[in-house]
Write a protein of this length. Sequence first.
Length: 167
Amino acid sequence: MSVEFIRAEVAELTETHLERVRQAARASPRGRARICLHHGYADGVQEMVVGFTRHSYAPPHRHAPGRSESFQVIEGSFLVVIFDEAGHIHRGIAMTRPEAGGTFIYRLSAPLWHTVVPIAELSIIHEISQGPFVEGGDDLTDWAPPASDVTGGMQFLDARVAAWRAA
């Protein structure tokens, strides 16, 4: 994944930054890119603009108790999926731009299994989470494919979403 830090005391993003995120996400093998507004992985608040394509996969995960995350949609659309302990969808939150009339801000403050299922070809969000960022610091499931299996992960999520919508 492409990661860029803006290490300024006052960070500003323009359309030029969003275009860089779009291009980097499209070029990334994982289909994701981010521009970080925080200064480094050790910061207590991790604030970033994240772009992801329809062909990206983030495995279901959960954060430690006391940690939270929030998303605000800048462009595109996706489904935030909350799973039960067995890996069945408990809840889905359709996210889209404010002018589309749907949910455009989400916040999770409980250690629930969750992931993002892209709907649009490309989506961009403003994400805020508690730091520090620790690679491998989230719990991963044993009922979903690992991040390295993008095709299997997307098939898994598509099947779970289809079953949930049919129920």
